[in-house]
Design a protein around this ligand. Structure first.
Ligand code: SRM
Ligand code: SF4
Ligand code: SF4
Length: 431
């Protein structure tokens, strides 16, 4: 319907293009009977037209914000309005809905078909599987369609909205025990329990800012909880790595390919356990003794390297639980932060009362002390880690030290310091 030369550039090349997908959907909607769509048939054409105009003008044509949502909920819908509705009337309203994904994102195809039908009927027909927090993102509908859509979602599809705004964001987890032999905890069960237990926090924004919970089944960290969540729960173990000495020998003899051979596609040739595993252990806690692999488990920092390389010989221990880290976030305000390890080990068994108790202590403090739009990580930074530990009643431990070499526990001798003790700090600064 509109001329979109710059967008069409994005269709060129070997990679998939959202423009091609959107054009296909625009065409599809032209073929649908009018009573199969509750929002304008031209919505996708107008969306592409407005995007082209943004390229021409070098600025967005979405107005930011506007409070819009469904009755009883304060989150889950992001209001979007066009600032050129006279030109592109079909996207005058183009609100986004966040739909809480099932734990680990498993679907039955009949559910996906029903979701597609519903969204074609009440929305633009375009959605994003998945947003980076984890939700299914339904892209673009009008204010009038929000309540009926919410009713159909919850009553017909048994699916709830996720989080947005200053609330608990939709918790998410890795595939965990459903598919992965490394899972130390039942990530899906924990994620589902936290999601249902904290419905109020998810739907009714009462926090200083957003709060994200992500759950990785092991330190491989497939959902990158460490980097993206205010509370990261990472599966781990506190006993010994299980070793199958027979399988270790089979790797050494070349009968089993490291990492199954499949992941890396690498030809390992003759497998050198010393070079590939023992020398790469970051804590130097592995050795071959009398033809057997030995691990000094007290020194192991659960980096997963040896287990990832020889999964048929090495497995996490059986006394499993979670490490809990707090305070990761993106750059706004104080700069991006990774989470800080706060609880090195905690059991993680249903109904997870210990985890909930800790989380609620953290929330109480943050709600009380946090400034408007201050993430937990920034509050910890402002008040200091010792204060945070005091509040949650966790004793300080060596695992919490982030950068050992910047730590006052290290004492220098005079001969270690250039210029010795007489060096003037001002000279040092000038240099
Ligand atoms: Fe985000 C703000 C979209 C995941 C950090 N994010 C926004 C806003 C609301 C900005 C705006 O008003 O335009 C975007 C809404 C777009 C819309 O119309 O829907 C927006 N963020 C998204 C999504 C939809 C991008 C996507 O397509 O994947 C993701 C949510 C989908 C979902 O629910 O699944 C999304 N945002 C993230 C993540 C990643 C994550 O959650 O794992 C981060 C980094 C982790 C974190 O939370 O720090 C993230 N979004 C931000 C920030 C920076 C916060 C900070 O403290 O630095 C903002 C800015 C803000 O809150 O004002 C922001
Ligand atoms: Fe498997 Fe660990 Fe990745 Fe979860 S984080 S999918 S348990 S490797
Ligand atoms: Fe070493 Fe990492 Fe294996 Fe632990 S998990 S023994 S630190 S390689």
């Amino acid at each position: 319907k509109h001329d979109i030369p710059d967008l069409e550039e994005l269709e060129k090349g070997p990679w998939p293009s959202f423009v091609a997908d959107a054009k296909r959907e625009a065409l599809h909607r032209k073929k649908l009977p009018k009573d199969r769509m509750m929002i304008d048939q031209d919505v996708v054409d107008d969306l592409l037209g407005q995007l082209q105009l943004s390229f021409d003008d070098g600025e967005t044509h979405w107005k930011h914000g506007g409070i819009v949502g469904v009755f009883g909920y304060g989150g889950g819908v992001i209001g979007r309005y066009s600032d050129v509705p006279e030109k592109y009337p079909s996207v005058a309203h183009f609100h986004t809905l966040r739909v809480n994904q099932p734990a680990s994102k498993f679907y039955k195809t009949d559910f996906l078909r029903a979701l597609c039908d519903l969204w074609e009927f009440r929305g633009s027909g375009m959605f994003n599987m998945h947003g980076s927090t984890g939700d299914i993102i339904l892209l673009g509908t009008t204010t009038e369609q929000l309540e009926p859509l919410f009713y159909d979602l919850t009553h017909e599809l048994d699916q709830d909205l996720g989080g947005s705004g200053s609330n608990l964001r939709t918790p998410s987890c890795c595939v965990g025990k459903a598919r992965c032999e490394f899972a130390c905890i039942d990530t899906q069960d924990l994620c589902y329990e936290l999601t249902t237990h904290y419905q109020d926090e998810l739907h009714r924004p009462a926090f200083p800012y957003k709060f994200k919970i992500k759950i990785d089944g092991c330190p491989n960290g497939c959902v990158a909880s460490l980097a993206r969540s205010d509370m990261a729960l990472i599966g781990t173990w506190r006993d010994d790595i299980r070793i199958d000495q027979e399988a270790v020998q089979a790797y050494i003899r070349g009968e089993i390919q490291p990492d199954g051979g499949a992941h890396s596609g690498r030809d390992w040739g003759k497998f050198d356990i010393q070079k590939e595993v023992i020398d790469l252990c970051p804590t130097g806690c592995m050795a071959m003794e009398d033809g057997e692999l030995v691990i000094n488990n007290q020194e192991c920092n659960r980096c997963m390297h040896c287990i990832n390389t020889m999964p048929r010989a090495l497995r996490p221990g059986t006394d499993t639980g979670v490490s809990i880290l707090f305070g990761a976030k993106a750059p706004i305000l104080e700069g991006a932060q990774l989470a800080v390890l706060t609880v090195p080990f905690m059991k993680a068994e249903a109904p997870y009362d210990n985890i909930k108790e800790l989380l609620e202590k953290v929330w109480d403090w943050w709600i009380e002390e946090g400034k408007n739009r201050e993430r937990l990580g920034e509050l910890i930074q402002r008040k200091g880690l010792p204060r945070f530990l005091e509040v949650i009643g966790v004793p300080a431990a060596p695992q919490m030290v982030k950068m050992p070499r910047t730590n006052p526990y290290i004492f220098w001798k005079e001969e270690d310091v250039p210029g010795g003790w007489k060096r003037d700090i001002k000279d040092y600064r000038l240099r």
